[in-house]
Design a protein around this ligand. Structure first.
Ligand code: NAD
Length: 494
């Protein structure tokens, strides 16, 4: 048994770290991939890297399983459990892939180079260099939309990166401990314990649900003094939250929040943020507008996506992008309009679909299929060329017929491989956790909505996320975190 375990462990090790990888071949095209998010990583996973010289550039040397990021803000899941090192992914490929931990600061389309800069803590300065490309895939995602609202960047927390979740986790405990400090006024305690979330999309809703769970499951048990003042408010400019879900699921979410005692403030648009309060414009039932000041201790800003500067700069270089506002306009093969051999995937590309992880993942997989096919087609075309030379030199009828048969076979293969249609998104459904062990889901393959609470939906939500989790390693880590929280509660240290 020991030997068997040893062999299994060794084979897993072997799988993760193949000794031999093909070295880059300078005669092949250089394919540069920007980003290590859903789009780029799903492309990398399916790409036959031996066909190109692949170079990946990203400021993050890991893939982040974003659907579980809200759970990291309360310590239900530790952030490292949802991170997958990019080196693990690259080391599994047949051919070596170069990785540079750096930010792409400019894409020079004319010169066909990407300018990159590495802000190294060790060196203490910034290194700049250029990476030339024959083919480029832009999967840099988006940044947080603030709509230029005063004070947002300075005073609120976002929820996009690991550091954002860590900041929120610290800030929650800072608010609680400061509220418990000696001789605080009642108003100050109320303010500090008021947790405001702006944006009623899935990010805001999931975070509000997780935070209320944290309060109900752990905070109020360890620190009962905060019980009467801890309060979560979700602020949304539109008349309802989760606009992408059906009316039934919206109603279910709203009534669950009511039970959980999360306040939803719809038709409330935040106009200004200071260090202690937000100013919001409220549309009253009679249509009139009024201004209100809402004090907060923690402010989480989740109002969707905005275009990154590097993408905006590329758009300004391309006349074909002049009417595009929200990101790179692409054709049905995800080629950036106005370019050759430049593609975009995920939140930086504008397609007919919502900017979700599911869409980005499918776009990346589509490009992998496309690039693998193009490489295969090129190889077959080269073989055809050699065969037709052979045919011309063939001396006997027998030889000529043999080569002719081979040519016909290759031509058939070529027709088959060339049949790659445009990108089509297949929607598997949307899922959002809303707290209190409840989730809302619209599952397209069941052609219906699941809006139920209780153990079943909760288990469904958990198993769906577990099965989507990136690697077996991540699955195990996340499952262990869940068990730990069940047994011991969440860690309330700062
Ligand atoms: P979103 O764009 O879906 O929602 C942002 C919300 O903020 C909007 O409803 C908007 O009306 C509101 N808003 C904007 N400015 C405001 C202001 N000044 N005051 C008050 N409200 C304001 O953003 P998101 O939730 O971050 O999601 C981004 C994308 O990621 C979406 O496509 C979403 O579907 C996807 N996503 C999906 C899931 C999931 O499926 N579980 C989870 C997270 C994100």
């Amino acid at each position: 048994a020991l030997g068997l375990t040893g062999a299994t462990v060794y084979s897993i090790y072997e799988l993760r770290h193949p000794e031999e990888q093909y070295e880059p071949d300078p005669t092949k095209k250089t394919l540069v991939i920007l980003g290590t998010g859903w789009g780029s990583v799903s492309l990398l996973k399916k790409l036959d890297t031996e066909n190109y010289n692949v170079v990946v550039v990203s400021p993050r040397n890991y893939f982040l399983f974003t659907p579980l990021l809200p759970s990291c803000t309360t310590g239900l899941i530790e952030h490292r459990s949802i991170m997958e090192p990019i080196r693990n992914i690259l080391r599994q490929k047949k051919a070596t892939v170069k990785f540079y931990e750096a930010e792409a600061t400019k894409i020079d389309y004319e010169k066909r180079v990407v300018c990159i800069s590495d802000d190294s803590e060790i060196k203490g300065d910034i290194s700049h260099t250029e990476v030339p490309f024959d083919m480029l895939v832009i999967g840099v995602g988006a940044e947080n939309a603030t709509f230029g609202i005063q004070g947002v960047r300075e005073h609120s927390c976002f929820l996009k990166e690991v550091t954002d979740a860590q900041n929120i986790r610290k800030r929650i405990m800072d608010c609680v401990e400061t509220a418990m400090f000696k001789d605080q006024t009642e108003d100050e305690v109320k303010r500090l314990l008021h947790m405001v979330v702006v944006g009623g999309g899935p990010t805001g809703v999931e975070f509000a649900g997780e935070l209320q769970d944290f309060f109900n499951d752990d905070l109020k048990k360890w620190i009962p003094e905060i019980k009467d003042n801890f309060h979560v408010t979700l602020v949304e400019a539109l008349p309802n939250v989760l606009p992408m879900f059906s009316k039934q699921l919206i109603d279910y979410t709203e009534s669950t929040f009511k039970e959980e005692e999360i306040t939803i403030r719809t038709k409330t648009m935040v106009k200004k943020v200071t260090d202690k309060y937000i100013e919001a414009e409220i549309t009253n039932p009679d249509g009139s507008k009024s201004l209100e000041t809402i004090p907060y201790g923690l402010l989480v800003w989740a109002t969707g996506n905005a275009v990154r500067p590097v993408v905006r700069d590329l758009m300004s270089q391309l006349p074909a992008q002049k009417d595009s506002r929200r990101g790179l306009a692409v054709n049905e093969y995800l080629v950036v309009n106005g370019t050759e051999n430049v593609w975009a995937v995920g939140d930086c590309a504008i397609t007919n679909y919502a900017p979700t992880a599911q869409v980005a993942g499918q776009e990346g997989a589509f490009l992998a299929r496309l690039f693998n096919t193009v490489a295969k087609t090129d190889a077959i075309e080269k073989e055809l060329q050699t065969l037709s030379n052979e045919q011309a030199l063939a001396k006997t009828d027998e030889d000529r017929n043999r080569v002719f048969d081979e040519i016909r076979e290759r031509q058939k293969q070529l027709r088959r491989t060339k049949q790659i249609g445009p990108f089509q998104y297949s929607h598997q459904g949307s899922l959002a956790y809303i707290g209190k062990e409840r989730a809302v889901a619209d599952i397209s393959w069941l052609s219906g909505n699941i809006a139920s609470g209780g153990t079943l939906t909760y288990l469904f939500w958990r198993s769906a996320y577990l099965s989507m989790c990136f690697s077996s390693r991540n699955r195990v880590l996340v499952a262990v975190d869940w068990i730990k929280a069940r047994l011991f509660g969440r860690d309330v240290s700062r």
